[in-house]
Ligand binder design. Structure first.
Ligand code: FRU
Length: 526
């Protein structure tokens, strides 16, 4: 399993040593009930560099991870085994398998081999359920003489009974869609191009059939756009770097339909998967149980990933997330579908070391409410907060009126995260600037303050708006799920070694504006 240096997240996947970026080859092995994750891996250094490999890790519960080292190598030291995906070739369409491999373990990887002359697509297959790989003798399986042609994500399309591959012609802003009968020969069907925020380049596209859930958690039901009868939509996910609205790299998505050849977006909207700074190259698992769409992303940002203050290992993944489409606004007539993300946390694998809960608390500017969850602090916390806002009690329209949670370090309380809600901007904010000073001060691209506009979650009987957030903090990463995951924000922060968040303070600069309906904080352990 992974090491336990101070600062290393407990339930987020990190490499044992060296550098990690994009998740690759995600699949679920139903024979053994194991989740497999591969990743862009440089075992020789803690920054990106060639030769670049696929590292491999597996987990039974998506929070306890075991690293298995290198799974796929590039052809030589000047090359990289770049991002790609894995499919389970149950029917042996590729001919790589015989009866000695169980159908659920017929693993084929398709990835980009980057060499000094270009980027082309390679196939490799595994006869032992994904632990070791053989390389297809006739690689590449797809080569168009390009230096910007990468990140194949493949899935089986039931309706047309063919394999579908999406990949990026990065600097032409094209997602190409290919089809295949056997995973070896690929035919171009269409281009999906110049959609969304373009940035410098397209990377890591992926198409998934995402379930539509009609009852939104906030009790909004859909009655427009014929959405009531729809049980799924196709979603095209895309990674952009650099060029994120919040700086650096980010994931966007488009909702639409797919006929086996062409993806058609419903509208021209650009939607963001995660509004934080540290969520990139998201990929979904092949063969997840029940047709669920489970996403996992690299929890960093190309703007500063090489400089973050961790030495032995660098970068972690996000938590795995269950993705659904749900109505996103309180007005049933005009509501549209939006992506909802729910973190997959197996609480049976975690202990609750300490917890506190408060209901019905009126915040006043006079008093800070403090809770200390310092006992055996391990830096793994979860909180949820629901609050009501009475803006008519605001002293002035032109005042920064906030409710703030300060999460302070147990060993050094000058190191803290501040997050909360500001009334006039209707924004949930996060300030991660009061952590490891050397890093924060020397990296202007490590944006320290973020603010996300948030919608009303529901309306109380007295007519006042209610908002809701859930946060998971794992040593140096915070994942926020606002309004049941209609908006998420994933962000890194760095405390000094051995200093973990454990003191919780709740405060406001105004009176009579904020009522805390529910506030719960748990200190968890592995
Ligand atoms: C995205 C990316 C991919 C590429 C890989 C190389 O972060 O640039 O496009 O395959 O990383 O490590």
């Amino acid at each position: 399993s992974v090491g336990n240096e101070p600062g290393r997240p407990l339930i987020h996947l990190t490499p044992n040593v060296g550098w990690m970026n994009d998740p690759n080859g995600l699949f679920y092995d139903e024979e053994t009930s194991v989740w497999h994750t591969y990743y862009q891996f440089n075992p020789n250094d803690n920054v990106w560099g060639l030769p670049l490999y696929w590292g491999h890790a597996s987990s039974k519960d998506l929070i306890n991870w075991e690293n298995h080292g290198v799974a796929i190598e590039p052809e030589n030291d000047k090359n990289g085994a770049f991002s790609g995906s894995i499919v389970v070739d149950r029917n042996n369409t590729s001919g790589f398998f015989d009866n000695s491999t169980a159908p659920g373990q017929r693993i084929v990887a398709l990835y980009t081999e980057q060499s000094t002359v270009g980027e082309s697509q390679y196939a490799a297959y595994s006869l032992d359920g994904g632990y070791s790989f053989q390389y297809y003798e006739q690689n590449p399986v797809l080569d168009i003489n390009s230096t910007q042609f990468r990140d194949p994500k493949v899935f089986w399309h039931d309706e047309t009974e063919r394999w579908i591959m999406t990949l990026a012609l990065s600097q032409e802003y094209k997602i190409q869609i290919y089809t295949s009968e056997n995973l070896k020969s690929w035919e171009l069907q269409s281009n999906f191009s110049h959609h969304g925020i373009l940035g410098y380049q397209y990377e890591c596209p992926g198409l998934a059939k995402v379930p539509v859930v009609h009852d939104s958690p906030s009790n909004v039901t859909v009655s427009n756009n014929n959405l009531t009868t729809v049980d799924h939509k196709w979603v095209m996910f895309l990674s952009i770097n650099p060029g994120a609205p919040m700086g650096g790299s980010f994931n966007e998505y488009f909702i639409g339909d797919f006929d086996g050849k062409t993806f058609t977006a419903d509208d021209a909207a650009t939607r963001v998967v995660d509004m934080g700074k540290d969520f990139y190259a998201m990929q979904t698992f092949s063969d997840a149980p029940n047709g669920d769409v489970i996403g996992l992303a690299w929890a960093s940002n190309w703007d500063y990933s090489a400089y973050v203050p961790t030495e032995v290992w660098r970068s972690s993944m996000s938590l795995a997330r269950n993705l659904t489409l749900r109505p996103n606004s309180p007005n049933p007539e005009t509501t549209q579908l939006a992506l909802y993300s729910e973190p997959l946390i197996d609480y049976s694998a975690l202990s609750t070391n300490q917890s506190m809960r408060k209901t019905s608390l009126e915040l006043s500017s006079e008093e800070t409410v403090t809770y200390r969850l310092a006992k055996a602090a391990e830096g793994l916390l979860e909180f949820s907060l629901e609050w009501k806002v009475n803006s008519s009690a605001l002293p002035s329209k032109h005042e920064f009126a906030d409710m703030s949670i300060y999460l302070r370090g147990v060993e050094d309380d000058d190191e803290y995260l501040r997050l909360g809600y500001e009334v006039n901007a209707a924004a949930f904010f996060l300030d991660r600037g009061n952590s490891e000073e050397d890093f924060v001060n020397s990296n202007p691209l490590f944006t320290t303050r973020l603010a996300h506009f948030i919608e009303i979650f529901r309306v109380a009987e007295d007519g006042l708006p209610i908002y809701k957030v859930r946060g998971i903090i794992d040593r140096n990463i915070i994942e926020l799920f606002i309004n049941d995951g209609s908006l998420t924000s994933t962000n890194l922060f760095f405390l000094s070694e051995e200093n973990y968040l454990g003191i919780v303070e709740l405060s406001s600069n105004v009176d009579d504006v904020f009522t805390i309906l529910n506030f719960e904080v748990k200190q968890l352990g592995l």
